[in-house]
Design a protein around this ligand. Sequence first.
Ligand code: PAN
Ligand code: ZN
Length: 189
Amino acid sequence: MTHLKIFISPVEIGLTNFEMKGSAVQFQQRQMDEIAPIFLDHEAVKKFPSQTVVYSVQSWQPVAEGTPGGLFFGVSTIMPGKVGREYFMTKGHFHAQSDCAEFYWGVQGKGVLILMDRDRNTWGEEVYPGSLHYIGQDIAHRLANTGDQNLVVGACWPSDAGHDYDEIAGNGFSARLIEINGQPVLVSE
Ligand code: PAN
Ligand code: ZN
């Protein structure tokens, strides 16, 4: 019986670093060997040990994936680094249920949220501690770390959003975030 009881939530979050703790927290890592094709410079990729961690994601999915009306919560950590002149970044995706939006917010470090619509217009938003980002319906999204420390970003998205990785894996974004004269610049493919 739950009536009149006061519980402790199964998940808590560090208020400064956003580290999630609790038995319900899931953890996923993406290593260089797994995501190498997303980077432009395939020779530069080979300089990294294959198990180099590019990013990790903690998440709490309180309902089954695909459940309408629920929410998922996650914290992404993108390591600092560049493959050639291209910053370490996430795979990026559209949501499978393309009318599902998402919030991101910057926690630590600095980076760029790269966004692309279905007409393949690509633009970025600067990510920094306190930046808040609304990712609208039908907008592909990817995070790139442009700093020299971990980029930590919170996220909240609908439990029925799903992830369509195939479109980006096949066609990429229409621009890449490249370091030019020490600054991040979006360059058309
Ligand atoms: C985020 C992303 C996370 C990792 O939680 O899933 O940053 O990026 P990829 O999923 O592109 O590898 C989110 O956007 N969820 O919907
Ligand atoms: Zn998403």
